[in-house]
Write a protein that binds this ligand. Structure first.
Ligand code: SF4
Ligand code: SF4
Ligand code: FES
Length: 265
């Protein structure tokens, strides 16, 4: 986070209407009360070079810790999703160190022992639940660590599915567990070894590899952008009322049709 020159009026000694005071790395700024922490930091004149990615709550790059005067507790949130509070003290955690282990999923068994072989510290969990309290996604983090220990990989995959890998749980764990990396290993094992293969997907991949859709892809690539956008937004989707698969394909809408022989009709 680098401080840049501020626009006139973005920092004020008096409290203007609809502005709230916040502390960024210990320095006081007034910012509009409707801003997220991320926008407030930028409003105050900082340029985010780390700790910002999707700006939409998905990438987990913007883990932030803060305190407010009404509580002794350390609070956490994603900077792109959390709205500023008056007198909040903010510190961003652009990156929390974690060591990514390497492994070969195909050679591993989908068991607790296999996970512990890679991340033995999982066995040190003391069930304090701090990881759950700190998770901005409100995941049951301790539960997925405990389910890992019990070898219930399906439950771990389910409980950890919405993890954005922000690392805030790692920052607070007294057992020094790297929760998001444990969870992603388990989801890989689960999906590779335990989830039944999708027959439809396998068939479709084979068809793509055999060139069944080459002409259609060529046709799509030849369309003007506006037509392509309209086609995309009005396309029938599997599961829509009245839409049926014919020969494992969905018919395009009436306005633009493709007859699979390569001719736009
Ligand atoms: S913070 Fe660490 S020790 Fe505490 S419950 Fe979570 S994984 Fe276990
Ligand atoms: S489980 Fe940990 S890394 Fe994943 S979203 Fe929650 S706090 Fe972030
Ligand atoms: S910037 Fe991606 S989650 Fe906040």
């Amino acid at each position: 986070m680098a401080e840049q020159s501020r626009k006139s009026g973005s920092i004020n000694p008096e409290k203007p209407k609809d502005m709230v005071p916040i502390y960024i790395m210990g320095k006081r700024y007034f910012v509009p009360k409707t801003l997220t922490i991320m926008k407030a930091i930028e409003y105050a004149g900082y340029q985010l070079k780390r700790g910002a990615g999707c700006r939409a709550g998905f990438c987990g790059a913007c883990g932030t810790v803060y305190r407010t005067p009404d509580s002794y507790k350390i609070k956490v949130g994603l900077a792109c999703q959390t709205v500023v509070e008056p007198e909040m003290y903010i510190a961003q955690l652009p990156f929390y160190p974690a060591v990514k282990k390497t492994y070969n999923i195909e050679e591993m068994e989908p068991t607790a022992e296999a996970v512990l072989g890679i991340y033995p510290e999982v066995a040190r969990c003391v069930a304090c639940n701090t990881c759950t309290k700190v998770c901005p996604q409100e995941l049951e983090v301790m539960d997925y660590i405990q389910e890992t220990l019990h070898g219930n990989l399906d439950k771990v995959a389910d409980l950890s599915f919405d993890c954005v890998m922000c690392g805030l749980c790692v920052s607070r764990c007294p057992a020094e567990i790297q929760h998001p990396f444990v969870a992603i290993l388990v989801r890989r094992l689960y999906n590779h070894h335990l989830v039944p293969r999708s027959q439809q997907l396998a068939k479709r991949v084979k068809e793509v590899e055999e060139g069944k859709y080459d002409a259609e892809i060529k046709w799509l690539k030849s369309l003007p952008l506006e037509k392509l956008k309209k086609l995309y937004s009005t396309r029938p989707r599997e599961g829509d009322p009245g839409v049926e698969l014919k020969d494992n394909k969905i018919d395009w809408n009436d306005e633009v049709k493709f007859d699979y022989s390569g001719t736009n009709r």
